[in-house]
Design a protein around this ligand. Structure first.
Ligand SMILES: Cc1cc2nc3c(=O)[nH]c(=O)nc-3n(C[C@H](O)[C@H](O)[C@H](O)COP(=O)(O)O)c2cc1C
Length: 174
């Protein structure tokens, strides 16, 4: 369950050489978090293990990005995404996340793995925040959550199309 802590508006920053690592089971429940994850999120290992990764979800994240992320993972593919997360006390932090399926020796997906690193703050301010805000607006003004997600997903595809063809081309061009 996500905490109902109020946002502080205070940003936490990941060091240039720091990497946040987490692993989940197939349902998105945390099975591992490194020290950097625990430090920046403000949780202890005991508080997060076995808990859904949406524990650190920030309300500004559009649902379309998480739908895209899960669609890619469930297709057995990796995905890169800019993500704003919420710390336990309501602070926030931006990361560039690389999320991948983890496979056993037979090639079966047994869970998921994510590494996250620091972001370019100008890029976040000038590109990512405006795109995410417009997707979130579409989601919040729709008549139902389902319609909102469909419309924002369509808007995400239209946007990346206008930027050269597909989501990966867009992300790697930033
Ligand atoms: C390996 C992995 C890492 C994830 N990392 C994050 C993350 O850092 N922040 C986040 O909000 N969601 C992350 N997610 C996505 C969450 O599982 C979830 O889809 C998202 O928080 C939206 O939750 P909601 O649909 O319940 O609101 C991750 C998922 C996986 C599989």
């Amino acid at each position: 369950m996500r905490p109902s802590t109020e946002l502080t508006g205070q940003e936490r920053t990941l060091g240039e050489k720091e990497i946040i690592v987490s692993k989940t089971d197939l349902t998105g429940k945390l099975t591992y978090a490194n020290k950097t994850f625990l430090n920046i999120s403000g949780y202890t290992e005991e508080e997060i293990l076995g808990v859904q990764h949406n524990l650190i979800r920030h309300p500004d994240m559009p649902r379309a990005i998480f739908k895209f992320l899960w669609d890619r993972l469930e297709a057995g593919e990796e995905v890169f995404a800019y993500v704003i997360n919420q710390s336990k006390n309501g602070d926030h932090y931006w990361v560039l996340a690389h999320v991948t399926p983890s496979k056993d020796p037979q090639g079966n997906v047994v869970g998921y793995h994510s590494n996250r690193r620091a972001v370019d703050k100008e890029l976040i301010k000038n590109v990512i925040i405006p795109v995410y805000a417009s997707l979130a607006d579409i989601e919040n003004s729709a008549s139902s959550p389902r319609e909102g997600l469909e419309a924002s997903t369509a808007a995400l595809y239209d946007f990346v199309d206008s930027k050269g063809g597909n989501y990966d081309k867009w992300i790697f061009s930033l």
